[in-house]
Ligand binder design. Structure first.
Ligand code: SF4
Length: 694
């Protein structure tokens, strides 16, 4: 085949048609029996898309080991019977599927935690109980029972989760295993329990059940495994009967980002390559492999035998079909934003995807894939505004066979995505935007950029409505603020954030950013980023590793070292009106990374600020004092003020169209133009999908 990704591989007598594995990801559909139909449909769609092997989200081997109280288990015959729905659907679609067996150990969300030793994870409220030797034996048996149940449920085998800082990884690392008995002390004894589990699972699976073990290639925590221990663990899993090694990077508590857009693609591939060189069984590379080109490069570099993808398969169930098709319209890329996937998992909401709101709703008719409607039902539709919502709505409308004109006032499509791609670490928004544009055009959308729409644009020469339907997706404009002294000679210049981000204005050496929501934080990072971290260019892996203190020196425990200092481009102070700490409302998976970046860049942060006026001395504010209701005046000697104080919807057109003769039901406002309160790309794109019907 033209691509190494399309070469079949045989593992324990099972031939996988290609090298693409859906890596495990909790979808929020595993927990309730009534959701298993939706889970089955989700996986079946990926199997139809050609994925060689699927691994489910983690299923608890015991109730205390599950992700959260009440989360999905594979511990009883009743559980196994319920899972038939999932395995039957995947097999009917021509796929193969493994059940991931998980014990979260000290990451469990309940109070009954267990681990190797009595430690508490920094992300947990409770201290774990150290397992006794008898309890360890019971757990080995529990894993074996779950593996047998998986086979009776129709799974082709199982994956044992031994990375990401879960229970088996907790035994492997000295950070969490302080035992002095047969299960702790030196590295061989720390490996003993994970190895016993793998051997017991091998025995329970029988001759033809596939066994994958997810092993950590680098722990990224202080006192984690060193490089040699990582390789010895992988070899031990092979010796205990694993057929495949799926790789994992970092623990959930790691303070090095591993799954965000700002992490360079393939940043941890070297560590995977070392594991592959140490074992004889196939190794699956996972982590920040987004496109077929990334995945092919991992295989041709000899770093792995297969690739594991989770989020990219949320974004595009037909990822495999895009292999070898270079046009941007073919692959819906994952942009590692986590907005609708991991951020949802963290708050117990079912997973979906910013780029593909159908993900996780495969059985919901509102998200059905469009098919052309009968000729007589085709409509002429105008979509006004080619940001992410407009591009999504126009593409979908064209898919139903409607005649679609998409108007954009700017010379380029993009809306808020056009700005986002200029923020350091958000470069992935650029290819995502190109995909949304290319797929709309390929679907037959008539895209007219540089066309500011007025009511007249959408009327015929006779003044009648020119379209059957209008979707106003014009997005938002930055909210302006009015400060006394603004514009007077010698006072700091005041800019709207979009002018700064788009590069239409440049700032001096000392900047106050007013408003510390997501946009304010991005703008502060952009302004403070050192020269050399230029907007729009992905950061080289070596520079990224140095500033996060990641090393591949095998003698260093956890793969962590000192972080390289950074020299900010300018002094930035980030201000917000509300009294809470800055950044506390950012998203769960990315907020801590932003807070760390702001600290590393020396950005000063002030909450509870009242803005008074501008003068030649700078920006006059008051901040809370020590006493109740006490306010302390301060003057910030800044050269510029950048306003990130929210957005206003661009929705005026809808009312004007109705006044000009459009039926009220024929004009709808969608996305940011409808609701600008919290700028949320996922909500806008989700609404765009639901707004368009056949
Ligand atoms: Fe990727 Fe974002 Fe979709 Fe998650 S929500 S799968 S990170 S594009």
């Amino acid at each position: 085949p033209a691509s190494p990704l399309l070469e079949p591989i045989t593992v324990r007598g099972t031939t996988l048609p290609n090298r693409v594995v859906m890596a495990s990801m909790h979808l929020g559909l595993e927990d309730r029996v009534e959701d298993l139909g939706a889970l089955a449909a989700f996986y079946a769609e990926r199997a139809v898309g050609g994925v060689g092997l699927i691994v489910t989200g983690g299923l608890g081997v015991t109730p205390e080991g599950a992700v959260a109280p009440g989360a999905g288990l594979l511990a009883t015959e009743e559980d196994a019977r319920a899972h038939r729905t999932v395995t039957d659907a995947v097999h009917a679609a021509g796929g193969r599927i493994l059940a991931q067996l998980l014990h979260t150990g000290r990451y469990a969300r309940g109070a009954d935690l267990v681990s190797a030793s009595a430690t508490r994870a920094p992300i947990s409220r409770h201290t774990a109980h150290a397992l006794t030797v008898g309890e360890i034996a019971e757990l080995v048996a529990a894993y074996a029972r779950s593996a047998a149940l998986a086979r009776s449920a129709g799974y082709d085998g199982v994956e044992v989760m031994a990375s990401e800082g879960y229970l088996l990884n907790q035994f492997l690392a000295p950070a969490t295993n302080r035992r002095t008995d047969a299960y702790g002390g030196d590295a061989a004894r720390r490996r003993r329990f994970p190895q016993e589990v793998v051997a017991a699972v091998r025995g329970a699976l029988g001759e033809d059940g596939l066994l994958s073990v997810r092993t950590s290639v680098t722990d990224l925590v202080a006192d984690g495994q060193d490089g040699e221990e990582v390789l010895a663990a992988a070899a031990a899993f092979e010796a205990a009967g694993a057929d495949l090694l799926m790789t994992g990077v970092g623990w959930h508590e790691s303070r090095v980002p591993t799954v965000l857009t700002s992490v360079p693609r393939a940043a941890f591939l070297d560590a995977t390559a070392r594991v592959r060189a140490a074992v004889g069984i196939p190794v699956i590379a996972a982590n920040r492999l987004t496109t077929p080109a990334d995945a092919e490069a991992a295989l041709t570099a000899g770093a792995a035998d297969l690739v594991g993808l989770a989020r990219p398969l949320l974004a595009d169930p037909d990822w495999v079909r895009s292999i070898g098709r270079p046009g941007a319209e073919h692959l819906t890329p994952c942009i590692a934003c986590n907005q609708a996937c991991l951020d949802h998992v963290m708050v117990g909401r079912p997973v979906s995807c910013l780029m593909n709101p159908r993900a996780g709703r495969e059985t919901d008719p509102r998200y059905a894939r469009p098919v052309p409607v009968a000729l007589g039902r085709r409509r002429r539709i105008a979509v006004v505004g080619a940001g992410p919502a407009g591009l999504t709505a126009a593409h979908r409308a064209a898919g139903f066979g409607h005649d679609v004109v998409l108007y954009e006032a700017a010379d380029e499509v993009g809306g808020q995505f056009r700005l986002a791609r200029r923020i350091p670490g958000k470069e992935e928004f650029a290819p995502a935007l190109e995909h949304l544009r290319a797929r709309a055009v390929a679907a037959g959308v008539d895209l007219r950029t540089g066309t500011a729409v007025t009511v007249d644009t959408l009327l015929t020469d006779d003044g009648a409505p020119a379209f059957d339907e209008v979707l106003v997706t014009a997005g938002v404009r930055p909210r302006a603020v009015d400060l006394p002294g603004m514009g007077e000679p010698g006072v700091p210049a005041v800019h709207a954030y979009d002018d700064v981000v788009a590069g239409r204005v440049s700032c001096g050496p000392r900047v106050a950013v007013v408003g510390a929501g997501g946009v304010g934080v991005d703008v502060a990072q952009l302004l403070a980023a050192p020269e050399g971290e230029r907007p729009g260019e992905p950061e080289p892996i070596t520079a990224w590793r140095a500033r996060w203190g990641v090393t591949d020196d095998p003698s260093v425990r956890g793969g962590l070292t000192e972080r390289a200092p950074r020299t900010p481009a300018r002094e930035v102070v980030l201000l917000q009106r509300s009294p809470e700490p800055i950044g506390s409302r950012l998203r769960p998976t990315s907020g801590w990374v932003h807070r760390a970046e702001l600290a590393a860049l020396g950005v000063e942060r002030m909450s509870g600020v009242a803005y008074e006026r501008l003068s030649e001395d700078g920006l006059h504010i008051t901040v809370p004092g020590d006493g109740p209701d006490e306010r302390v005046p301060r003057v910030l000697d800044v050269t510029d003020v950048v306003v990130c104080a929210g957005q206003e919807p661009e929705a005026g057109l809808a009312g004007d169209l109705v006044a000009a003769g459009y039926l009220a039901g024929a004009v709808r406002t969608v996305g940011g133009a409808e609701d600008a309160r919290e700028l949320d790309a996922y909500r806008a794109m989700d609404a765009a999908v639901r707004a368009v019907t056949g």
